[in-house]
Design a protein around this ligand. Structure first.
Ligand SMILES: [Fe+2]
Length: 174
């Protein structure tokens, strides 16, 4: 099921349209930014705006890897490049001390190559993403900020308790 990527007049809606066209064009990423790690999922920087206003990442999951449940604090658009990406959204508006658990899943999708979705932002900002294919999953993620530097939260599903984290940028070739 495709989620409406937002009204075309919104920034995420416009980003989604461009990303959908790029994926449909058959353009390819450099192989170096599609290589998974056996330890954890990776976010390779494809572009970070000099003023930190937006960033584009190649997000790479090895088979079986997943993120914790987390938020973003900025809008995000995801397009699938390779493999299948499972995304589960959770209900809640993250406050400073977390949420009351157990967290309630509100929507679950498995995204395929070429699919584009507005994943994050506003009151729909908490999700968990995993590789749902038998090959590594690669997504192109665009965020309304420098996602490698923004302090955000992970959540414990049972208690709703949150922890602050910053997701580091990976270095291609290392
Ligand atoms: Fe996310």
């Amino acid at each position: 099921m495709m989620v409406d990527p937002g009204h075309p007049d919104t920034v995420p809606g416009q980003v989604a349209a461009v990303l959908r066209d790029w994926l449909a064009s058959g353009a390819t990423l450099e192989a170096a930014v599609t290589i998974p790690s056996s330890e954890h999922y990776l976010m390779y920087p494809l572009h970070v705006a000099s003023d930190g206003g937006f960033s584009i990442a190649a997000a790479v999951w090895a088979v079986g890897q997943r993120t914790p449940i987390h938020d973003h604090g900025v809008w995000g658009v995801v397009g699938i490049y390779q493999g299948l990406e499972k995304e589960v959204h959770y209900k809640g508006d993250a406050g400073p001390s977390g949420l009351s658990g157990p967290l309630e899943a509100t929507e679950s999708n498995v995204w395929s190559p070429g699919d584009v979705t507005v994943c994050c932002g506003g009151d729909r900002d908490i999700h968990q993403v995993s590789c749902n294919s038998d090959i590594p999953c690669v997504g192109i993620h665009v965020y309304g900020g420098d996602i490698g530097r923004i302090e955000r939260r992970t959540f414990d599903r049972e208690s709703g308790a949150s922890k602050l984290f910053v997701s580091a940028w990976a270095s291609p070739g290392r």
